[in-house]
Design a protein around this ligand. Structure first.
Ligand SMILES: C[S@@+](CC[C@H](N)C(=O)[O-])C[C@H]1O[C@@H](n2cnc3c(N)ncnc32)[C@H](O)[C@@H]1O
Length: 285
């Protein structure tokens, strides 16, 4: 972080409105403000001080004000059309990179790519290790999300050199006509009603609902469709890793088993909660 001082306008705003700010931004303090200012730019803050204070009082996520977020190993451009990448998803990226290191992986799909948080970090790893693949595909149901991902992708001027890099607009697998060695996903996994109470109101108010929620009555059928088609779109010995809701992962492990997945493994996040599943198309030999 560059050495910057908090402008007196921001300090006085922070001191006066601390209680309201804390309700919307859990853990906010002057260090967080410094980081925010570093991302935003002091000049931009001083040029639009009142406007930015209004946004902060409304509780708009800091990342939607600065329009950026550093995730894993890359600074992403963001807007309200995509989920703000979450720290815990770095575990999924880490697991995927371990598989790429250890197994014979020549094609990857990231389904529900959003800003590109997972996908672009995989591309970066491949580039830094001089690896190429046959297919590097990412999909999303939302064209607006794909536009944000495309913007991030264009920062990687070398991405085409890694193999076939392609963004595909698709509802689940409807427009996907390939098979892959590795399928990754952080899909929407919150039940719109049953799980809503556990969602922070800032997330509910500002992040895209298509990235977060599934209707309660469609939840199991949606995952049936997702899992069945993931199985069919995996190559022999292919791997699937996805992020899910801690309350539903154990029953989803059974769902995966019923569709033929093997070596099903639940993975914890850093707080010790099960948040990810890794599974294979065939039994590991
Ligand atoms: C939880 S966000 C994940 C975004 C990004 N991969 C990340 O980890 O930050 C889920 C993404 O799935 C997309 N999505 C929702 N329903 C989908 C569907 N039926 N088919 C494909 N993508 C879908 C959303 O638009 C959103 O970008």
């Amino acid at each position: 972080m560059k050495k910057i001082n908090l402008p007196k306008e921001l300090v006085s705003f922070f001191d006066t409105n601390l209680k309201e700010l804390e309700e919307n931004y859990p853990g906010i303090n002057k260090i967080v403000l410094l980081r925010f200012l570093d991302d935003l730019g002091v000049d931009q803050y001083l040029g639009a001080t009142e406007e930015i204070h209004t946004k902060l009082l409304k509780g708009i996520p800091l990342e939607y004000i600065t329009k950026k977020k550093f995730f894993y190993d890359f600074e992403f451009s963001l807007n309200e059309d995509v989920l703000i990448p979450r720290f815990e998803t770095e575990i999924l990226v880490h697991e995927a990179i371990n598989l790429i290191k250890e197994k014979s992986i020549n094609s990857v799909l990231d389904l529900g790519v959003g800003s590109g948080a997972i996908f672009i970090n995989i591309l970066k790893y491949l580039k830094e290790n001089s690896l190429k693949m046959n297919h590097l595909h990412a999909s999303d149901i939302s064209q607006k999300a794909l536009d944000v991902c495309e913007k991030n992708l264009t920062k990687l001027t070398w991405n085409k050199a890694l193999g076939q890099t392609e963004l595909i607009k698709s509802d689940l697998y409807k427009n996907i006509n390939n098979k892959y060695d590795l399928i990754l996903s952080n899909p929407p996994y919150i039940k719109e009603n049953a799980d809503r109470a556990g969602v922070h109101r800032q997330t509910d108010a500002y992040e895209p609902h298509i990235a977060l929620y599934l209707a309660d009555r469609e939840y199991d059928a949606w995952f049936d469709d997702f899992f069945k088609n993931t199985f069919n779109n995996l190559n022999e010995n292919g791997y699937f890793i996805y992020e899910g809701h801690e309350d539903h992962l154990e029953s989803q492990a059974k769902q995966l088993d019923s569709f033929g997945f093997k070596s099903i493994e639940l993975i914890k996040d850093l707080t010790g909660r099960y948040r990810f599943i890794k599974a294979m198309k065939n039994k590991e030999v």
